[in-house]
Design a protein around this ligand. Structure first.
Ligand SMILES: Nc1ncnc2c1ncn2[C@@H]1O[C@H](COP(=O)(O)OP(=O)(O)OP(=O)(O)O)[C@@H](O)[C@H]1O
Ligand SMILES: [Mg+2]
Ligand SMILES: [Zn+2]
Length: 397
């Protein structure tokens, strides 16, 4: 694996051809044999009800149940392949939506369910960078002294996975001498992956709110201000409890519900508000683990759907400064891109019930556009907005 050390515990690499995202040290754990968890909401306070339409009426998940061509080994570019991830259809679907629209994603589930595994496979379903983006990303990595040896141009979306002990300076930029870009900028036009997200410092998580909003970081220090681009897709993984014992009753977890709630509350409300998709993992069943890998869709098939959806979005946005749905500012979204008549009704209901914030509503509409792009329809209907709302609330299945 191409690992560039640019700061405390920072693990970051461009994922162009030749880069290998092989399993990170310490990522593997045992797989519990248990199955089934409580099906409550992912995040306390996000409401127990599945919104209408997030169940059987939800838009068809492409590829679910479609046998894919068997692909032995890794994908052509030598990256780890989605075909390795068995089961977890809801989480796989969320990863595809994340890649198709550039939406932020939280993967929540018990140890050994495949959260890290899935996150590491997201760059493999993203399209290569445009020439302009490649030059921009390369220049940031060059300024940070993080350009991989022998690769003058980064052509694939970067994937940065800083360790949870990383400092705020390592994540958003700073340093004692020259102000250097941090992981958030090294992940520009790619993914910033926070594994074990609740273990990150509160100040680090809070510092991410600014780039999530504006697409850039501004570092001010003793009269000097530097700004770096930081338009990344945030992917976070978390266990539902601090002991990592998995969900009761089958595991050794003894954490009380209050302890579990407090643990996840470390991912503060304002940060979770900005996470478009919350996907829950369930313990992998023995049957899933023994099932034929050839029936899990490979990255190449998913990447083709992602590219087609991104192509539709880019065509719609061709006269704007934006390329992906996640980039459209809220005001422009409401003014220029109205969903089908009546499609906003589920969002209005959720706002009346206090389940959805105004910022959340914009995020849900952007995701609904991505669902429409994946489905190849002209604009989101009530099926797409309902499903997108379920994804934001963390109750979509
Ligand atoms: N869905 C799955 N399909 C195939 N293998 C899996 C799956 N889930 C887990 N495994 C196996 O278990 C190992 C651990 O998975 P992974 O590290 O992704 O789990 P995790 O959810 O990130 O766990 P933790 O919470 O402990 O970090 C993988 O390397 C893989 O061998
Ligand atoms: Mg993990
Ligand atoms: Zn526990």
């Amino acid at each position: 694996m191409q690992v560039i050390e640019t700061g405390a515990g920072l693990d970051c690499a461009g994922t162009g051809p030749g880069a290998d995202l092989g399993p990170r040290a310490g990522a593997g754990t045992g797989v519990p044999g248990g199955s089934g968890t409580g099906a409550g909401p992912l995040i306390a306070g996000t409401g127990p009800r599945a919104p209408a339409g997030s169940g059987p009426g939800a838009p068809a998940a492409p590829g679910q149940g479609t046998p894919a061509a068997p692909v032995p080994g890794k994908s052509p570019a030598g990256r780890p392949d989605l075909a390795d991830v068995l089961g977890q259809p809801a989480a796989r679907r969320a990863a595809e939506i994340c890649a198709a629209g550039g939406h932020h994603l939280l993967l929540l589930g018990p140890p050994g369910a495949g959260k890290t595994m899935l996150a590491e496979r997201i760059p493999g379903i993203l399209p290569p960078l445009s020439r302009a983006a490649a030059l921009e990303v390369t220049s940031i990595h060059s300024v940070a002294g993080a350009l991989p040896a022998g690769r003058p141009l980064i052509t694939g979306p970067p994937f940065c996975a800083p360790h949870h002990t990383a400092t705020k300076a390592a994540i958003v930029g700073g340093g004692s001498g020259v102000i250097r870009p941090g992981a958030a900028s090294l992940a520009h036009r790619g993914c910033l992956f926070l594994d074990e997200a609740p273990e990150f410092g509160r100040d680090v998580l809070d510092a991410l709110r600014q780039p999530l909003e504006s697409g850039e970081v501004v570092v001010a220090r003793s009269g000097v201000t530097a700004s770096f681009p930081a338009r990344f897709t945030l992917v976070m993984a978390a266990n539902p409890c601090p002991c990592g014992g998995g969900p009761p009753p089958r595991s050794a977890c003894t954490c009380s519900p209050a302890v579990r709630r407090r643990y996840l509350a470390r991912l503060s409300g304002p940060l979770l508000d900005r996470v478009d998709l919350k996907a829950e993992f369930f313990p992998v069943t023995r049957r899933e683990l023994l099932s034929d890998r050839g029936f899990a869709e490979p990255s190449q098939v998913v990447a083709e759907r992602v590219a087609a959806a991104r192509g539709r979005a880019a065509a719609r946005l061709r006269d704007t400064p934006w390329q992906a749905n996640a980039e459209i500012p809220g005001s422009e979204l409401r003014r220029g891109f109205p969903p089908a008549p009546g499609a906003l009704a589920p969002l209005e209901r959720a706002m009346d019930l206090g389940e959805l914030s105004a910022r959340g509503a914009d995020r849900v509409i952007r995701v609904a556009w991505t669902l429409a792009d994946l489905a190849g329809i002209a604009r989101p209907t009530v099926a797409e907005t309902s499903y997108a709302l379920g994804l934001w609330l963390g109750v979509a299945r």
